[in-house]
Design a protein around this ligand. Structure first.
Ligand SMILES: Cc1cc2nc3c(=O)[nH]c(=O)nc-3n(C[C@H](O)[C@H](O)[C@H](O)COP(=O)(O)O)c2cc1C
Length: 323
């Protein structure tokens, strides 16, 4: 494996999705292999205290690296070697043959999260069958959107009403093109599908100086109410469920599954809008687990609205872009 060639593929690796678009991955080039690790400055200790989304994002990144390498003719495989103290998930190493995948670099480039309106309707059974085939040891469950209206409202109230979580979100919001990191990382107004006025409003109410007072005056309830229409639609939500015993390395592997699911959906003209806050808050995680008949709520990994976007979707920023 030529490490120089691999290095040139980084802009495509970086198209992997990550919670809050923090792009937490780090590639550490060694003599013949490349270690995949993470930067703690890009973790989300308040919103993602267990590191579940961090590990899913690193898994999605790993899958992206393997797909892009295979498409470039590099025979590369991944050796898992998870270490929390070393902030490492494993290594990209030379292989005898290329990674076998139905996906290409073009698929990686085209996939985007979509927070716009979706056309009404549910997934075809055939698509669901294909998703199940890609699920590995995991399980994919579906629910009508409307079942989660109340849990989403409660989860958003928790998100906006818990100061460290709201502060962390604010730190990754890029709500004006004047933000120096607008083209680099985080969540832009355009990616969040906010109008200029909505973006200005959100920026104002989350501002350091006013948030504490507005929080006491009921801001979390108002913000949660404003997003609750999202699921009052004829559509569905996908929930990725881990196998009964899934350790941290297992969650990285499930991140690879998540990426395969999102790539397949994207190739078929669908998109996803993750709603991790429903799993982040203990109460709504429990509600969702009960709705699915799952005993251990910690098996829930990801929840996302799915559908065909009804309007154009804005591309998210990346720290590393093509030259
Ligand atoms: C594990 C994981 C959790 C995510 N959770 C959320 C979420 O709760 N809400 C949301 O709007 N987007 C969520 N996203 C989507 C990211 O914000 C998105 O991937 C990132 O902004 C990059 O944009 P892109 O997917 O369009 O490339 C999540 C992504 C991952 C990988």
């Amino acid at each position: 494996m030529s490490l120089d060639v691999l290095r040139q593929l980084e802009p495509d690796f970086w198209r992997a999705p990550s919670a809050h678009n923090t792009q937490p991955w780090v590639l550490r080039y060694q003599e013949t292999t490349v270690e995949i690790g993470w930067d703690p400055a890009c973790a989300l200790p308040a919103g993602d205290p267990t590191g579940r989304d961090l590990r899913l994002s690193l898994g999605a990144f790993t899958e992206t690296c393997l797909i892009v390498c295979a498409d470039a003719g590099l025979a590369v495989t991944f050796h898992p070697d998870f270490s929390e103290p070393d902030r490492r998930i494993g290594h990209l190493v030379s292989a005898a043959t290329s990674y076998v995948t139905p996906f290409t670099t073009d698929d990686v480039r085209r996939r985007m999260s979509a927070r716009v309106a979706y056309q009404p309707g549910r997934l075809d059974d055939e698509v669901v069958g294909q998703l199940d085939e890609l699920a590995g040891a995991g399980e994919l469950r579906r629910l009508p959107c409307r079942v989660l209206i109340r849990p989403l409202y409660e989860a958003d109230r928790y998100l906006f009403g818990t100061p460290p979580v709201a502060r962390e979100l604010r730190d990754w919001l890029r709500l004006t093109p004047r933000d120096p990191r607008y083209d680099t990382d985080g969540l832009t107004d355009r990616a969040l599908d906010l109008s200029r006025w909505e973006a200005l409003g959100l920026r104002a109410v989350l501002a350091r100086q006013v948030y504490p007072a507005l929080r006491r005056l009921g801001l979390p309830r108002i913000l949660a109410t404003s997003s609750s229409g999202l699921l009052d639609k004829d559509g569905e939500v996908l929930v990725l469920v881990a196998p009964p015993t899934c350790d941290r390395q297992g969650q990285v592997a499930m991140g690879r599954v998540l990426m395969r699911h999102w790539l397949l959906l994207s190739r078929l003209g669908y998109a996803t809008h993750p709603l991790s806050q429903i799993i982040d808050a203990a109460h709504t995680r429990g509600v969702l687990a009960r709705a699915l008949g799952i005993d251990d709520p910690d098996r829930l990994l990801n929840v996302a609205r799915v559908g065909r976007p009804a309007t154009p979707v804005a591309r998210s920023a990346r720290r590393i872009t093509p030259a």
